[in-house]
Ligand binder design. Structure first.
Ligand code: G
Ligand code: G
Ligand code: MN
Ligand code: NA
Length: 254
């Protein structure tokens, strides 16, 4: 169990880390971006998954300063990649509803982009579809502000939430990330593949780019390339990595 004070401690004592998972661009046939994924290194218990502590962070409101830390660290990393010549990578951040409801997210991001001298066009913000179901005007304003800034917005875990397809035409999204449950095994495999294929077509018809996550085998990669997915992500390409290892991955691609 992670408590609010554990999180406080992790933030103030430097026990948070970012891992970066490559995102493969089908067109270019290479890694074109990364998703930043938060980790907590507990002094006694070792690595703790965000699935365990993000809910506590959201509940306590600590997700706001933690989210700012994530953006700041992520942009600093992106600049280090630039300096090594990898200066076209995009960087995706996960953003929870609580961060937007708290207010100030857009302004903090704008400041951080300025401080680190990163163009907003290289940033993607991933949000789960539950956030889009009945967005309040204040949330819609932030979506618009984020796009006006130049960032792109992605719907994360697409196909697992309270999907109301009507939001796809109403909301200013650029990217659909198809949830990994559509990729990976099980008796409903065939139907999942058909659904994934239909989602890709629908996304393209709406002018959206489609990413498929959870690609674990070369067979899955081939299938989704044949379905015209735009970007692929998953253990087949690489697990979430230490920022320092990432540059190495760019040179050893499957
Ligand atoms: O990295 P892993 O697959 O264990 O992530 C588990 C969940 O935690 C995912 O749903 C992911 O979106 C979420 N997550 C990871 N990093 C962050 C973060 O920086 N902020 C928020 N809000 N969620 C994150
Ligand atoms: O909800 P979100 O998509 O942000 O979750 C990202 C999580 O998915 C990370 O915790 C990451 O470790 C995990 N992940 C990334 N690629 C794969 C994969 O190929 N297989 C599985 N099982 N999990 C993956
Ligand atoms: Mn994500
Ligand atoms: Na996801």
């Amino acid at each position: 169990i992670i408590l609010e004070r554990d999180l406080h401690h992790a933030l103030s004592e430097g026990h948070l880390r970012l891992a970066f998972q490559p995102i493969f661009g089908v067109d270019l046939g290479k890694v074109v971006g990364a998703e930043a994924l938060l980790r907590m290194v507990h002094p006694q218990r070792g690595m703790i998954s965000p699935a365990t502590f993000i809910p506590v962070a959201e509940e306590s409101g600590l997700i706001v300063p933690i989210g700012q830390w994530v953006v700041d660290q992520g942009l600093a990393w992106l600049k280090r990649m630039d300096a090594q010549g990898h200066n076209e990578l995009t960087l995706s951040f996960n953003v929870s509803a609580r961060q937007l409801h708290a207010g100030g997210f857009v302004e903090a991001l704008r400041r951080s982009l300025k401080v680190h001298d990163v163009p907003a066009e290289r940033i993607i913000l991933e949000m789960t579809e539950n956030l889009m179901l009945n967005p309040e005007p204040a949330i819609l304003e932030q979506f618009a502000a984020l796009r006006a800034l130049g960032c792109r917005l992605a719907i994360d875990d697409f196909g697992t939430g309270y999907s109301s397809l009507s939001y796809l035409q109403k909301l200013p999204f650029d990217i659909i990330k198809i949830d990994r449950s559509f990729v990976q095994g099980g008796p409903k495999d065939e139907r999942h593949a058909l659904l994934a294929s239909a989602i890709i077509e629908m996304g393209h018809a709406l002018g959206l780019s489609v990413t498929v996550e959870g690609i674990e085998t070369s067979d899955q990669a081939s299938r989704f390339i044949a379905m015209s997915a735009d970007h692929l992500q998953g253990f087949h390409y690489a697990r979430p990595q230490d920022g320092e290892n990432f540059a190495h991955l760019l040179t050893v691609q499957p």
